[in-house]
Design a protein around this ligand. Sequence first.
Ligand code: PLP
Length: 413
Amino acid sequence: MSAPALRFDQPRARPGAFLPYGRQLIEEDDIAAVVEALRGDLLTTGPFVERFEAGLAKAVGAEHAVVCSNGTAALHMAARALNLGPGSKVIVPAITFLATASAPHMNGAEIVFADVDPQTGLMRAEDLKAAFARAGRADAVFNVHLNGQCGDIEAIAKIARLNGARIVEDACHAIGTGFVAEDGSLTQIGDNAFSDLTVFSFHPVKTIAMGEGGAVTTNDPELAARLMRARNHGMTRKPDDFANVEDAFDADGTPNPWYYELVEPEFNWRANDIQCALGLSQLGKLGRFVTRRRALAAGYDALLAPLAPIARPTARTRASLPAWHLYAARIDFERAGISRATVMRELAKDGIGSQVHYFPVHRQPYYAKRYGAQTLPGADRYYDQCLSLPLFASMSLDDVERVTSALANILGY
Ligand SMILES: *Cc1c(COP(=O)(O)O)cnc(C)c1O
């Protein structure tokens, strides 16, 4: 039997259609999976939650996966599980989505922003060292696999451990990404080979979609139990955990059937069965989606190369096997004599979406006011040049050509 061809059930993938910078690919079997969940007995905390968690843990090579309502909730649960609250400091690279910093900060931690590589937007070992030197100490590092690529997570983890800090990987861009360690071994992002926890998002623009959804993976059973409580009101129903023996058990020591116990108050960050049915169905397509994204990224690499030095392909790191959530072209707008906003508006006129990932978080007025103005030159430089071009699983190489030729025109080639 030959390998199944890519199916494009989405009419939006037709030639000439508007190309957003990212979008989901929902097929008939995804729809059928959701319908099955809707027909089930439980709309939430039902069989699809556990099936998705088991599937995700297996797919990324982790012992435990705890699914939740979105990636931000997953980051918050990570902060809760590692006790990153008032008095804690967390190092976060300046080029990321707001949530990487907001989630631990909302739990009471203060954020120390690290600089990044101006070419890749990824935090480097030296950036982390500088952040530790500035912070004095930090309790955790939230490393970000920007665009689906990873930097030297092994070196970063080593520095974090030497400084007594826990490691969380924000892998919201990076499901399906691999990393080749110093000893040549291949690790999967999510297997926590170098970290305590890894966080994913399954927002529709990410590589697989749940509508809204997220997860945390870990190999530590205690952290897994802590994450489960962080997801569900801080409750436990495990008799071994009960402190209040008198109310929890009857006279012969049998747990009372109604009893649950509050360990510590938490929010409700659960994902429901409808979301998890979609997540599970999409997870089965991860390999196909990643293959497609890699082929499209290779297409961009080839077609952007001749536009150098004004526009250049995304910069690659040494040891990463990226799953490419985003394709970030690097454009020297100054040299091209055209503003980024104009390029984006002109692309939009040609039916092409684009986006900037991201405005450096340390420059957000909230943080600039809280921590004072800081200069992180790598982050500034990356931000000045990045432009995310359309990349999603139902695109074709013809679409990539359409994007790059429109871009070449706008840049004056
Ligand atoms: C998408 C994203 C998040 C947040 O995920 P949501 O599911 O949208 O809450 C966090 N960090 C990064 C890097 C992201 O891209």
